[in-house]
Design a protein around this ligand. Structure first.
Ligand code: ADP
Length: 512
């Protein structure tokens, strides 16, 4: 062990900011710094970012981290990266951007996703690549780009993601970690090489993509300008790392069989780690590489905590104001009101699909429904039903995950929803599993830091990260309440199936 090198720097390139973390060998985040960058959304379909601004933010984030923490450049073992998945950037033969960075949230390729799914080829590509056919996927974005920007498409020397751009700017080579590559819809899961069917569908050869490398791949030899910009030593290794979703599982310690990581922030996700790539025969879940022979299987939902925000801002504004008048966080007050209603909301079921849904249905036409509403239901019932509806949505994903990967022995939970003890207990009761609330808020970054240690040969494998994680609070499922919720989740799933054709009709009506 190289004791002089006390710290790893993690650079976690998210959607709104890059977070740089200074992490010591015990897993303590000694210091953190965020540099924000904007998302350009000139229309609801478009979600683009400036790749140079983002690459500059990484260097600035490292510089500020070193300055603010007083860490010495020669104490840094390595810099290790996490980045948001699914971004696409076309660059010319010199590496200059020909497009903005088209992010996961950009929806312009929606019609191409639908067409690919309808053709049947979509399912085949999903089964080979593990990436759902969805407008987030760079494969689908390429289909859009080819038709809408044919000149850019023809001129592009490479199609890359944001992390590849950062590494190219620093080290002059195009490399992509297997993890980020596996989320492009273009990488064959089993061979870890570019997939011929996906590439022929996109109309590109592999010469127009980066070289896939292991997450432990590192570049050494920081150019002088970057040494000056960051304050790092020139020989600090840069570890390419992995994608933020799989790294969040690593950072949460959900890297052993039966351990799930569940997050509910604005959106939500449930994921587990498996030791071989695994496609879902029903195409409900994704499968992305992590590192070291580990894979992340799971599903993301659109309708997470944002529905509690909608409850606060639209459904229960008066109640939220009352909370404020009482000097409380409105969410805490709404939680109190929900607490007055028994589990199951006296038979009021809420389908939470206000934003359409990703896992398990991948249906952008899905919509919200209050079902079973009667005169005996109060506003408090509705508030509780919304919280339950979000959990029911997660339950549908969890059921698919369980079917594919086996049963969970623990659920490691994080995100804004965990501030509500009622919501956490609801999750335990609905899933029928123990829920542990983790105290780390920076799981992707912490995961990247541990991956850095592993890449440098300082730890033998990735599962040791469980020594870094701390459980803050635990909830056990109540069997009687679980029984009641089982009836309601069965009906919830049936309701979705029965309403699916009607969602298409109303979505079309709304689009008129
Ligand atoms: P993100 O980083 O994705 O924006 P956060 O982790 O900040 O998400 O959480 C945002 C969501 O968390 C809110 O929309 C709300 O649903 C939930 N939340 C935040 N505070 C509370 C609270 N005190 N009680 C219940 N839920 C909360």
């Amino acid at each position: 062990m190289n004791n002089l090198k006390r710290y790893v720097i993690a650079a976690d390139m998210g959607t709104t900011s890059v977070k740089t973390l200074l992490v010591d060998r015990q897993g303590t985040v000694v210091h953190a710094h965020s540099v924000f960058y904007p998302m350009s959304t000139p229309s609801p379909e478009i979600a683009e970012q400036d790749p140079d601004q983002m690459a500059d933010a990484v260097l600035e984030g490292i510089r500020q981290l070193l300055l603010e923490s007083n860490a010495n450049a020669d104490e840094i073992l390595c810099v290790s990266f996490s980045a948001a998945m699914h971004s696409l950037l076309a660059v010319d033969d010199e590496g200059a951007p020909l497009t903005p960075l088209i992010t996961w949230a950009d929806n312009r390729s929606a019609a191409y996703a639908e067409e690919l799914k309808r053709s049947g080829r979509g399912k085949e590509i999903y089964e080979r690549t593990g990436t759902p056919i969805h407008p987030m996927s760079p494969l689908v974005k390429l289909l859009w780009l080819r038709e809408h920007e044919p000149e850019v498409f023809a001129k592009a020397g490479k199609f890359i993601g944001i992390k590849e751009y950062v590494f190219f700017r620093l080290f002059g080579s195009y490399v992509v970690d297997h993890s980020s590559a596996s989320a492009t819809g273009l990488l064959h899961m089993h061979t870890l090489t570019w997939d011929s069917l996906a590439l022929s569908t996109a109309g590109i050869g592999e010469d127009r993509l980066s070289k896939p490398v292991s997450a432990s791949h590192r570049e050494v030899g920081l150019p002088l300008w970057a040494v000056q910009r960051t304050g790092l030593a020139a020989d600090t290794p840069f570890v390419i790392g992995a994608a933020d979703g799989p790294l969040a599982n690593l950072g949460a310690g959900a890297v052993v069989p039966g351990s799930w990581a569940l997050t509910v922030g604005t959106s939500g996700a449930v994921r587990t780690t498996v030791s071989a790539p695994l496609a879902d025969p029903m195409s409900r879940l994704f499968c992305y590489a992590l590192a070291d022979g580990l894979w992340t299987v799971g599903g993301a939902i659109n309708n997470g905590g944002i529905l509690f925000r909608w409850t606060r801002d639209v459904l229960a504004t008066q109640e939220a104001e009352e909370g404020l008048r009482r000097g409380m966080d409105p969410y805490d007050y709404l939680t109190e009101l929900a607490h007055e209603v028994p589990p199951g909301s006296d038979g009021l079921i809420f389908l939470p699909y206000l934003l359409g849904e990703r896992s398990p249905y991948w249906n952008s036409n899905a919509r919200g429904v209050f079902f079973g509403l009667s005169m005996s239901h109060s506003k408090n019932h509705m508030i509780r039903a919304v919280m339950e509806g979000v959990v029911y949505g997660l339950h549908s994903v969890a059921a698919a995950l369980e079917e594919l990967t086996g049963s969970a022995t623990e659920v490691r939970a994080s995100g804004g929803f965990a501030r509500s003890p009622l919501w956490r207990q609801m999750l335990a009761d609905v899933l029928g599993k123990s829920v542990h609330v983790m105290d780390s808020v920076e799981s992707s970054g912490v995961g990247a830091a541990y991956l850095g240690l592993w890449a440098m040969g300082e730890v033998p494998d990735l599962t040791g990260i469980r020594d870094w994680t701390r459980v803050q609070d635990s909830h056990s499922p109540d069997p009687a309440t679980g029984e009641l919720y089982r009836e309601l989740t069965d009906q919830f799933d049936r309701l979705y199936e029965r309403l699916a054709p009607e969602f298409d009709v109303i979505a079309q009506f709304q689009a008129r």
